[in-house]
Design a protein around this ligand. Structure first.
Ligand SMILES: [Zn+2]
Length: 268
């Protein structure tokens, strides 16, 4: 790759006062490996809870994280799928069973998505915090949500396997490594799966590592994540998603194998 080192974006999902003790454990575990900038995916009213016992500690730590170079991104508003009922069994499987009803933007129409994105941006403005990115809970977005997203000044969004530059309408294959917390077996499988994906995609311009608060409850996952991070940092520069979006926007068209997207109102 000309002119730029391969990148690694580490994101912590579902950041909110209610999940803060677990998020903090993950941040500490990462800090033990290296003091890298993180992308913290914040949910303003996680499961309809705006405050909570850990509110002050959470907000103080978020301000400190930003001062140290981390980024906050909007990750839904309530993180609950409250849209219309899934209308086919496959959609039902994804929305209710696989994501356990947390895919907030999976079933919204354009008006509902617009409303929630607006609430999220207002919330960030009230805190006086900058926000560049939106990441849908469970990475699930209905057509209406994609449409509404274009009306707001976000610079990027991500799905499970891609990052999208919203203004330039480009997307790049950049899979996210995540850990399963469903069972001991599933968790072990995701650990070896992450090792394999990291090996196969060793030359990809961007790899993403996504951690969820529940991961902090499993010491073997935390340890694996620390070892994986050590390995990835030997070949990659850690940066926020926003920093990667800036680097990518400024690069010549042929530097990244990205594709033009958004045909007939849908990402491709
Ligand atoms: Zn989430």
């Amino acid at each position: 790759m000309a002119g730029s080192e391969r990148a690694l974006c580490v994101a912590i999902h579902d950041v909110a006062p209610a999940t803060w003790p677990l998020c903090e454990k993950l941040i500490d575990a990462i800090g033990q490996v290296a003091p890298i900038p993180l992308t913290l995916l914040v949910v303003p009213a996680y499961h309809h809870r705006c405050q909570g016992e850990h509110h002050n500690a959470c907000f103080a730590a978020l301000r400190q994280q930003m001062a140290q170079g981390s980024e906050l991104a909007l990750h839904g508003y309530t993180h609950l799928d409250e849209g219309r009922r899934p209308d086919c069994s496959w959609a039902y499987f994804w929305r209710q069973i696989y994501t356990q009803g947390e895919g907030e933007f999976a079933g919204l129409d354009v008006g509902q998505a617009r409303e929630r994105l607006g609430w999220g941006l207002e919330w960030f403005a009230r805190q006086g915090w900058p926000v560049d990115g939106f990441v849908a809970p469970a990475w699930l977005m209905s057509e209406g949500s994609w449409q509404a997203l274009q009306e707001f000044p976000f610079r990027y969004t991500t799905s499970f396997s891609r990052i999208y530059l919203l203004q330039q309408r480009r997307s790049l294959f950049a899979p996210s490594l995540v850990y399963s917390a469903r069972s001991g077996w599933g968790s072990a499988f995701s650990r070896s799966g992450n090792d394999a994906v990291a090996r196969i995609l060793r030359d990809a311009p961007l790899l993403r590592l996504g951690l969820h608060p529940r991961d902090a409850n499993r010491p073997s996952t935390v340890l694996h994540c620390q070892r994986l991070l050590e390995k990835l940092l030997q070949r990659r520069q850690a940066m926020t998603k926003s920093a990667f979006a800036s680097r990518w926007s400024a690069a010549p068209d042929d530097e990244y194998l990205s594709t033009k997207w958004w045909a007939a109102g849908k990402p491709v």
